[in-house]
Design a protein around this ligand. Structure first.
Ligand code: KDG
Ligand code: MG
Length: 405
């Protein structure tokens, strides 16, 4: 298929590369698509931090031969054909690879049109995106101080989390693990921490909390009901994707707005929650869902059901992925809030032109495409290995059994 922008010479894809970058304790993946037009290429985010080398294999061994010679202007056709080409579809690894491809094609289209991607999506309906930051500490008072610090910097929204929370005493049955967790201890400590934070920080700030799906469905109902008096902006991941059937029970019992989505990769997960109005914020991780082309459709469906967006935005979304989040934040009427991790100097040096933050808002780069240039030479200094960062997925209960996180 071909059909290029009016007045522009048709382009052909000539190469597809995968760039793995291990920075800020995370593995970031970038797909670069090159074309036969001088200086025309694009970058996309394919950052599955825990299994990045598997994503790299999909990009190099399957998507590269599939894409060679194709017309980069036909984004939807390419996405559909690539998605269907594996026959056994979806899943975090395949979707992240598709996202790298998809976002790189949007970058190319923006560069060809001489416009930022948000313009291709219809243009801004807000000037900047209101963000939330992560306040943390080892005691309730330290979390409150961290939240106050963000408020002093101008942030209106803060997620609060107590480090080391939920830790039980070791027993004869406890496994030799560095991360121990008991849900009931975590629940009691969290109520007390949020009470302290609300008392210290007052009523002007929006507080958020992420349960990380680490309690049972029954415990989730108890915790969400106990958190009601604190007027949280939203409570995230009270239930896991495996427990979707419990959402209507939770919904009927608790008035706190509910957000979920960072581990979703299939319409079978988000569609029932949206169409039955069981959540208030969709938090899909855009690369895990398959890219911007998928996320903008999710946003439109959510708009029809009065659900807002709060795209997943931790450090394991690259600045390119954040540019995609922001393009939707600026153009979707049903934008809610944007999670923002802040980047260190190494990240900003590699990803020149990353979205800028001011007064607690995220502002788009006005350059064509994502407006980001990856310093590929510098990126080589941060090679990715098979090491899983930040001990993700290694948490155990007092009796030695594995915990979901
Ligand atoms: O890789 C896992 C992180 O992205 C996740 O733990 C962060 O829960 C998270 C959030 O809401 O940002
Ligand atoms: Mg989360």
């Amino acid at each position: 298929m071909s059909g290029c922008l009016m007045g522009l010479k048709p382009a052909k894809i000539t190469d597809v590369k995968f760039i793995g970058i291990a920075i800020q304790h995370d593995n970031l993946g970038v797909v670069k698509i090159e074309t036969d037009q001088p200086g025309l290429y694009g970058y996309g985010c394919a950052s599955m931090t825990t299994r990045l080398l598997a994503v790299q294999t999909i990009v190099e061994e399957y998507l590269r031969p599939f894409l060679m010679g194709k017309d980069p202007d036909c984004i939807e056709d390419i996405w559909q054909a690539a998605y269907l080409s594996s026959v056994y579809r979806s899943g975090p690894v395949l979707n992240n690879a598709l996202s790298g491809m998809d976002q790189a094609l949007w970058d190319i289209k923006g560069r060809r049109a001489g416009m930022p991607v948000y313009q291709l999506l219809g243009g801004k309906c807000r000037n900047a995106a209101d963000v939330y930051r992560h306040a943390a500490g080892r005691t309730p008072e330290a979390v409150a101080e961290s939240a106050l610090d963000f408020m002093r910097q101008g942030y209106r929204n803060v997620r609060v989390h107590m480090r080391g929370t939920g830790q039980p005493e070791k027993t004869s049955a406890t496994a030799d693990s560095t991360m121990l967790f008991e849900p009931r201890i975590y629940m009691r400590e969290t109520i007390s921490m949020i009470d302290t934070v609300r008392n210290h920080c007052g009523d002007k700030v929006n507080l958020l909390h992420d349960i990380h799906e680490c309690v049972s469905p029954a415990e989730a109902v108890v915790l969400c009901k106990q958190l009601e008096p604190y007027d949280l902006y939203f409570i995230e991941d009270p239930l896991a994707a495996e427990d979707l059937g419990y959402f209507d029970i939770l919904r009927n019992q608790c008035s706190t707005p509910i957000a979920i989505g960072e581990k979703f990769h299939s319409p079978h997960e988000w569609m029932p929650l949206i169409s039955n109005r069981l959540i208030d914020f969709i938090r899909v991780h855009i690369s895990l869902a398959g890219g911007l082309s998928v996320a903008r459709k999710i946003a439109t469906v959510c708009e029809a059901f009065g659900i807002k967006t709060a795209w997943h935005g931790p450090r394991d979304v690259s600045p390119i992925g954040h540019a995609a989040n922001l393009a939707l934040d600026l153009t979707c009427p049903n934008f809610g809030i944007q999670e923002w991790p802040g980047y260190d100097e190494a990240a900003l040096e590699i990803f020149g032109g990353a979205p800028q933050e001011k007064d607690g808002y995220l502002w788009a780069n006005e350059a064509p495409g994502w407006g980001i240039e990856v310093n590929e030479e510098l990126a080589k200094k941060y090679p990715v290995t098979n090491a899983v960062p930040r001990q993700l997925g290694d948490m155990r209960r007092q009796d030695g059994s594995v915990m979901r996180w």
